[in-house]
Ligand binder design. Structure first.
Ligand code: ADP
Ligand code: MG
Length: 633
């Protein structure tokens, strides 16, 4: 007897369902994407328990005619793709015609739909993919899809569902990711009868971010924008001081579709190098728009993974756009007008942002690893900075300051227009970042008074009716680091009057040898001496000779610890150490002129974070003090 069977369509559907419907959250995503594709302006998602018992998505989209409703649940039934040629230019979220077939195969579905302009609608029920009932009905235009008892006929899958709480939170994340991708669509999520979130759908990216991610996160975001030929990126990235403990607040979208992308994650994170504390992650919402041919979404059924045809260009575009946003922040900072500026002009009409959703950190790979595998940011592409978009902190009225925020004020800096393309290679982002001071014509330093220095560490400055506390070591460290990093020539070395002998292990010797050229370029002269020893003859001129041996030990430790997988990060790590050792320290007496130089650098906005990402200054407002003294409540 023949051994090979052709599976029945029902069994084939059950198998296919596994790819599309992993858990209730996948149903939320698929139904929302269908609503979006139907041109809905308002979408409501309702869920009960963990979502497996009850999910309902209602939209005011174009609805379905009875004859379409009848076939919508068949496999490969789609109105979005007609032939092979269409596959090259998918502009909708769906196109495989699989979701409804897969969902209905493992659940009980009720559909109510009315095509726009039709007199009446259609009501249908399905169980395990079989139509049970189909009648004409009166209902509003649009579609309501109710999915109940998910996995009722596949007990093995049901068993794999996590607790209701975990499943529910996966549904909420899925809905949020979808909603965040489409600022022009209003999405409401109701969980167990209570509203979980609501996005206004006014088309403004900042409204979507504020309503979906919340005010605390939104207020720390800086606008990002850039363009390179037919590629465009816009969105937001957090200020370095607002780093987070994980990547859960990183959202990437490509043509409206939420995607997971190590490439984009790495591009964003690299832009924070030297400003974000180690182990902290930026938050971001990045909307990328490419021509449909520039990206292949047909890599996985859930379509959260995509393939860019020009990865390097995409990487560079995002990297430089984020870098420019952070640089802008550095250049504005404190030199800007104070709270009165909170009332900002209305946001410009949002671009027809298409987009859709997603975030996760389990597929994470550090920026370093990613780069080690082949990516480093190339020269800045011809990024055309976007017109300024409203910064989210403008939502923060009434004005309120938090003591724990560096530069605490939700002051709304008026961002200077990024420089226009200056010719050959567009504006050079790297230059702006590596030497901010040089790039700004003449930094404006607001009027101020240095009140004094406290605890031999904190400089107290009165500026614009507020107190600014500056960590003199952190600020000075940053100044030295920026200066060293921006200079092309070799760092000036000073010969030590008494050279230092270093006894090194085999491993350290290899490290020294491998990095010999770099070390000497950065001012360290280290020569072999006898069998095991090395002699340190010179160190960077900024450094005290007494710190020399400790500095080399620290550098070796970093290079040993794999903190510097490539020459560029090795250079940065070494400069960190040099800057830290060369900077004035807490506890030292510092003369007035030196303090003034530091204050000027901070007030000009060129120094905001130490090279490890710690803030160099904190603002205490009059209001903060009045509160402390209970003058106001
Ligand atoms: P796909 O989205 O890949 O086309 P689906 O199985 O998700 O496949 O949906 C099948 C078809 O059903 C869609 O192509 C569309 O024509 C129709 N459809 C599904 N949901 C809706 C909706 N909310 N409003 C209007 N039409 C819908
Ligand atoms: Mg679909």
């Amino acid at each position: 007897m023949a051994e090979i069977n052709i599976l029945s369509p029902h069994v084939a559907d059950l198998i296919a369902a596994g790819e599309v419907v992993e858990r209730p959250a996948s149903v939320v995503k698929e139904l929302m994407e269908n609503a979006f594709d139907a041109g809905a302006h308002m979408v409501t998602v309702e869920m009960k328990d963990g979502g497996a018992t009850y999910l309902r998505v209602s939209d005011d989209g174009k609805g379905m005619a009875p004859e379409d409703a009848g076939v919508a649940f068949l496999r490969h039934a789609t109105s979005k793709l007609h032939d092979e040629a269409g596959l090259e230019a998918i502009g909708t979220m769906g196109f495989r015609g699989e979701a409804l077939a897969a969902i209905s195969a493992v659940s009980e579905v009720e559909l109510t739909t009315r095509r726009r302009g039709d007199d009446s609608g259609t009501f249908m029920t399905l169980t395990a993919g079989e139509i049970q009932d189909m009648t004409e009905t009166g209902c509003p235009e649009g579609t309501v899809m109710t999915v109940k008892s998910i996995f009722f006929n596949t007990p093995a899958r049901l068993k794999f569902l996590k607790s209701d709480r975990a499943e529910a939170s996966a549904c909420v994340s899925a809905a949020l990711r979808c909603a965040l991708g489409r600022p022009e669509i209003s999405v409401r999520l109701i969980r167990d009868g209570k509203e979980e979130f609501f996005s206004p759908g006014d088309g403004k990216p900042e409204s979507a971010v504020y309503s979906l991610l919340g005010r605390d996160l939104a207020r720390d975001l800086l606008p990002v924008g850039g363009e390179d030929g037919d590629m465009r990126v816009h969105g937001f990235a957090s200020s370095p001081a607002a780093g987070r403990g994980n990547r859960a607040a990183q959202f990437f979208y490509c043509n409206g579709r939420f995607i997971r992308s190590q490439l984009l994650q790495s591009a964003v994170e690299q832009a924070y190098k030297n400003t974000l504390l180690v182990g902290r992650f930026p938050a971001c919402v990045i909307w990328l728009e490419l021509s449909n041919a520039g990206v292949d979404v047909n890599v996985h059924p859930a379509k959260t993974e995509v393939k860019f045809s020009q990865e390097k260009r995409v990487f560079d575009l995002v990297y430089h756009a984020v870098l420019a946003a952070l640089t802008d922040e550095n250049r504005t900072g404190l030199a800007q007008p104070k709270p009165a500026a909170a009332a900002r002009p209305a946001a410009p009409a949002a671009p027809a942002a298409r987009p859709a959703p997603r975030p996760d950190f389990y597929r994470s790979m550090s920026a370093e690893t990613f780069r080690a595998q082949g990516y480093t940011a190339g020269p800045a592409p011809k990024i055309k900075p976007q017109a300024q978009e409203t910064v989210l902190r403008s939502y923060d009225m009434p004005y309120q300051t938090r003591l724990d925020l560096p530069h605490g004020a939700p002051v709304e800096p008026v961002r200077p227009q990024a420089p226009e393309n200056t010719g050959v290679s567009g504006f050079s982002t790297s230059k702006i970042v590596e030497n901010p001071v040089q790039n700004v014509e003449k930094p404006t330093i607001p009027d101020h008074k240095i009140v004094g220095e406290a605890l031999k560490l904190y400089i107290i400055v009165e500026v614009d009716g507020e107190l600014l506390l500056i960590d003199k070591h952190a600020a000075h460290e940053r100044m030295i680091f920026d200066r060293l990093k921006s200079q092309d020539r070799a760092v000036m070395a000073q010969t030590l009057l008494e050279s230092v002998t270093l006894r090194l292990t085999e491993e350290d010797r290899e490290i020294i040898e491998a990095n010999g050229e770099l070390l000497s370029e950065l001012g360290f002269e280290i020569e072999p001496f006898g069998e095991n020893d090395y002699i340190l003859r010179a160190v960077p001129a900024d450094m005290e000779s007494g710190d020399a041996a400790a500095a080399v030990e620290e550098i070796l430790e970093k290079l040993r610890g794999g903190k510097a997988p490539d020459p560029r990060s090795a250079r940065d790590e070494i400069l960190h150490t040099v800057a830290c050792k060369a900077a004035i320290k807490a506890g030292w007496d510092t003369d007035r002129a030196e303090l003034q130089r530091i204050v000027d650098a901070v007030l000009s906005g060129s120094v905001k974070y130490c090279p490890h990402g710690r803030p160099v200054s904190v603002t205490v407002t009059r209001r903060d003090l009045d509160k402390l003294f209970k003058r106001i409540v």
